[in-house]
Ligand binder design. Structure first.
Ligand SMILES: [Zn+2]
Length: 343
């Protein structure tokens, strides 16, 4: 090798090493005297200074010692490997090529592992993203480190377990044969599940009630609340302090965390238009929430939304209205898990 080439090689020397976070093989380049740029197949790219690298080492050693002392040798080592995995997944999600700060560092070592079902969901969604068309058979590498990081999965064995799990619950079809690769196809149920889980606030059990608050509307208020509860959801009733046509932060916050909204468009006094109800329904609609419209029979809506289906009510008969509203909610979202409270 000529002198000149050797010079260039030295200035941009790439060192192959074990990743200080996850121990997968990584490439390390000096940025300056005290920082490295590390490219790891699992953690992605990050910059680390020597001080933080020392801290990682100390923390991991401390963690390892503590767990071996508490649980014995193999279990302690496994827990340590799991801690590296969590730290690595956090780095791959949030660092993306920048310097690891003390704040990242705290998250890497203080965040709990996520539940098994959440990992399985992440895996299914990631597989869904990889498909170009419905029915595509994907080749999944068991040593796909990027996939391990994305789904908070420990290693190839655990990935295979998760694929088998998705196969068992019927959302993918897994071809059990093969060496380091597995053939995977998402089933119709799997696609249905992916779409369902992309709806906003999929896990929420809250149904927001938007309506005119006035003593004359109390029966309707109770009827909507009962219908939501009977369907297995928690009615979010905004209490009296929020009445006065005021959209405050509390209301916006509650709409944001709801799975759906029931909006009653009835205005008994034409001059006091139900502006806040329209605003809240529009806001929920823009967030992608389902809005179920209701109104008193024969009432004309304020804007031209006549073509939207509404469930109507009559003052002398709320039972039928309640039944219809419950059925609509269950048809849209299935029976919810919220238990009706005794009042
Ligand atoms: Zn790594």
């Amino acid at each position: 090798m000529s002198k000149a080439i050797r010079g260039i090689t030295k200035a941009k020397e790439i060192i192959t090493d074990d990743c200080p976070i996850c121990e997968t093989i990584c490439r390390r380049i000096h940025c300056d005297k005290s920082t490295y740029r590390i490219t790891c197949d699992r953690c992605g790219e990050y910059i680390l200074d020597k001080e933080n690298e020392g801290q990682i080492k100390t923390r991991i050693e401390h963690f390892l010692k503590k767990n071996i002392w508490k649980y014995g040798d193999p279990r302690g080592k496994q827990l340590c490997k799991r801690r590296r995995m969590i730290a690595s997944s956090i780095v791959s999600e949030s660092v993306k090529g920048r310097l690891i700060t003390d704040r990242d560092f705290e998250r890497m070592f203080n965040t709990r592992d996520i539940p098994v079902t959440e990992k399985a969901n992440k895996l299914l969604k990631t597989l869904g993203h990889q498909c170009y068309y419905i029915g595509e058979v994907l080749e999944v590498g068991l040593d796909d480190y990027e996939l391990h990081a994305k789904c908070w999965i420990l290693d190839g064995n655990e990935l295979l377990e998760f694929l088998s799990y998705l196969h068992e619950v019927g959302v993918i079809r897994l071809d059990g044969h093969g060496g380091a690769d597995r053939k995977v196809k998402i089933t119709p149920n799997g696609w249905k599940y992916i779409e369902e889980s992309q709806k906003p606030n999929n896990d929420s059990v809250q149904g927001f009630i938007a309506m005119w608050f006035n003593d004359s509307m109390n029966d309707l208020h109770d009827a909507i609340g009962d219908a939501i509860e009977t369907a297995g959801y928690k009615p979010q009733r905004i209490d009296e302090k929020h009445h006065a046509n005021k959209i405050d932060d509390e209301i916006i916050k509650e709409i944001r965390r709801s799975k759906f909204m029931v909006a009653d468009l009835t205005a008994k006094e034409p001059e006091s238009a139900r502006g806040s109800v329209y605003y809240e329904a529009g806001f929920a609609h823009a967030l992608g929430l389902q809005v179920i419209l209701t109104a008193q029979k024969d009432m004309m809506p304020h804007f031209d939304i006549d073509h939207y289906i509404r469930i109507t009510w009559k003052e002398d008969n709320f039972d039928e209205f309640k039944k219809e509203l419950t059925n609509r909610i269950e048809a849209l979202f299935g029976k919810g898990s919220y238990r009706k409270q005794s009042r």
